[in-house]
Design a protein around this ligand. Sequence first.
Ligand code: 4AD
Ligand code: MG
Length: 454
Amino acid sequence: MERALIVNILRSDESREYVTVCGWIKTRRDSRDFSFVEINDGSCLANLQCVVDAGSPAFAELGEAGTGSALEIRGDIVESPGKGQKWEMRAAEIKVFGLADPETFPLQKKRHSDEFLRAIAHLRARTNKYGAAFRVRSEAGFAIHDYFRARHFVWAHTPVITGSDCEGAGEMFRVTTLPPGEKEAAKDFFSRPASLTVSGQLEAEALALGLGRVYSFGPTFRAENSNTPRHAAEFWMVEPEMAFADINDLMELAEGLVKHVVSHTLKRCEPDIDLFDKYVEKGLKDNLNDILNDSFARISYADAVKILEPNSRHFAFPVGFGEDLQTEHERFLAETYFKKPVIVYDYPKEIKAFYMRANPDETTVAAMDVLVPRIGELIGGSQREERLDQLEAKIRSLGQDPKDYWWYLDLRRFGTVPHAGFGMGFERLIMMLTGISNIRDVIPFPRTPGNLDF
Ligand code: 4AD
Ligand code: MG
């Protein structure tokens, strides 16, 4: 079908004769002499106003089509005498693809609650807010690829089905073809237990120790039963891994990545960001610009605890060296104390994963988390333990068998190098970019405990 996109029509400097536009009716107003039909095709936030002369053949073709109906309209693009838009279409021909019954079409009102729209996730991409969120999501994805590509990172595809539990947290979805009741793993598809991946890190490390710099960017799965606005059972993660790099290089990479994506999105999605600034999170745009114009705070875990301790009355969870930082602590640091993103590094080894590199103090590991206002943890990563004996001892100390990690340990056996990487939750990034406060509203079809309606 030959059609012009509304984004291109509205950006153009010239009037155009006889173009075809396809989209859905946002609103229709009928006056004595005209129908004003606002069409949106998803290519941008703005609608195209189409003017249909009452009594014209196009008017007859338009018929009863109202909000939600899908059409093709042909006509000339002319300067609009009305205010609010530069261009409008004078409709000459209309073809209705599909009507939407005004009695039953759910998106009649201008504004609906997030909860209502979540229950109609199959239709919410047609609203201003969700259309904008999913366009921002797309642009942020492109920005991530741009950032790494410009730095000679190889985009690596790590497996979705895995036999290992990277984070060791036991929050994995099992993958099986065994009939119900059959327990014997040897009879299963892979002849052993298999799960959906919680992280592509271990495989990314293997690839980085050959390709030098890689990143994976894909869906990850966690069966954590935490019904919070920041956790989804299926979410996308960006996981860069760099050989010949330490934790300082990693902090540089993380800060640069976040800034690049913010800058790209502000440039490419200005009308969408303006919408969020106006209706979702006042001050969003200023906050995003502040992220660009200031360096992230950097502080050790030990010093972070010293900041939190005198404020412990504000918190539900305990603070103190050795306690994991909870979202409330992370938000306090970023939102209240530093008022900007903060990188916390050198966490106690007990609260972090087995693969993180032991620091010379023997109590902390070379881990780093990037915490941002409103969200808390956006990025988690570390320098990796590249010393074979240390890593083996660590695995043993956790009561595990080094043989189960044979290939991961091979990477330390053959040409091991200092290396580092992190994981950034893509949905949390989109929450930061849009001001949307619930993760269910930044991924088109969210998966959370008890919810699999679409
Ligand atoms: O801190 P996490 O658990 O780190 C890892 O998985 C490492 N293996 C990553 C690496 O070093 N390559 O997760 C990384 C990020 C978190 O900072 C958070 O933003 C996001 O992934 N995340 C989630 N996002 C949405 N829903 C969940 N259930 C999430 N769990 C983690
Ligand atoms: Mg983490």
